[in-house]
Design a protein around this ligand. Sequence first.
Ligand code: ADP
Ligand code: MG
Length: 538
Amino acid sequence: MAQGQQPILVLPEGTSRYLGRDAQRMNILAGKILAETVRTTLGPKGMDKMLVDSLGDIVVTNDGVTILKEMDIEHPAAKMLVEVAKTQEDEVGDGTTTAVIIAGELLKKAENLLEMEIHPTIIAMGYRQAAEKAQEILDDIAIDASDRDTLMKVAMTAMTGKGTEKAREPLAELIVDAVKQVEEDGEVEKDHIKIEKKEGAAVDDSTLVQGVIIDKERVHPGMPKKVENAKIALLNCPIEVKETEVDAEIRITDPSQMQAFIEQEEQMIRDMVNSIVDTGANVLFCQKGIDDLAQHYLAKAGVLAVRRVKKSDMEKLSKATGANIVTNIEDLSPEDLGEAGVVSEKKISGEEMILVEECKEPKAVTILVRGSTEHVVSEVERAIEDAIGVVAATVEDGKVVAGGGAPEIEIAKRLKDYADSISGREQLAVSAFAEALEIVPKTLAENAGLDSIDVLVDLRAAHEESTYMGIDVFDGKIVDMKEAGVIEPHRVKKQAIQSAAEAAEMILRIDDVIAASSSGSSEEGMEEMGGMGGMPPM
Ligand code: ADP
Ligand code: MG
């Protein structure tokens, strides 16, 4: 073969590549589709989605990030928006849908600008300027408040329309109490609020436990079911005779040697149990295993013991009771023990659980979430997680903004004024950014079955007078959201706008998508999507 005619393969065979406008168009489309998907769930009147995975497991939810996580997204640009939702979830715990739909709208507006032959770098630059200005405006309209009343309102706003309707107020009380309880020096470690869910009761039967609930039972039926004035030991080593490190062979030549050997092992176990009991402990949580014989001796000594407790639960037990987690049984001393008013084993909807309650000033607490069915409890749990996030953010920052689309409209209004002060084509991008933010009130209105154009016109007019005017989705009126008690942490909006802008900017700067072939796996994936794995055939 003539050498000159050989094609030059820079990329491996099967690699797909999109360049320039094609790449942009595809990425923008993917982002828009994703935003469109979660849009209908926004706000108190938003609808839910039913997600069925390949095993047939069902999730019914209204939570943006849960939907996106369950969807198993393939497209790289769409994945970047999923990241936006995840960051929002990690940083604040709420506002995930908002962040994604703002990002989607920014992309949509960018597309119009691209059609007008405006260079993507100019759009990205304009968006960045606008995002910075938006943060300034947001800081300016924020309200300083973190009193109990504010925290209650913030919690209730986050839970509106999330399957908690009947019990919104009592749940908000539990959440505010829980956050206040674990707060240390103005910081809230959300991990120290454990959420344990059990179906089989009404949502308003949910309770706050001043301590920890462990989904385990006591290791031996001879142990007490209830210990008052508990002295609690936490061990993260097994209570059994250590196996030798190297394979050892013990030759036994007559039965008495065997007997002596067994007795020696028994003695070792007895010593271990004694050193625990001698500290005064009457409750023991062990992260590892507890030997049968040790269980027997512990039961005889009247100790309530639980084994194979999760590491995360051990940490919560330590925070709640003040006990130290000890690695060596010999090192356990009375000072390492924690305290609780009562430790008991109780049956909760047919399953045994260990309740460590009435701790004094616990720095870890548990919310026991109840609901009629598994799916209800799971959705209530997600609502509670969001609410914990917003209450914690408010406690930490002491700053809130009005909800119901009020901040978005106000920022849009002031951004439009700001755009006028900018020369050059970036001005168009700043205006586009302002308009994109209006997607939030627009969607709230649409989801409530209202005419979104009328609502936007009314809202803009109302903002000539007052900063806090938003849309009351329940009766379709424009009201002062601050007075209506619809408020959200400043951090929710700050993070949502920032990460949406950054993601849009990043997607816009891409002009070349080079994707390695994944040996046909994406096609298989498509087929599966078409077949809707797990769904019964129509
Ligand atoms: P996200 O995942 O973004 O938190 P949500 O479905 O929780 O999405 O909806 C949040 C939006 O709903 C916010 O803009 C919030 O201000 C608004 N909202 C919450 N409660 C009300 C209410 N009672 N009236 C109007 N808007 C509300
Ligand atoms: Mg929310």
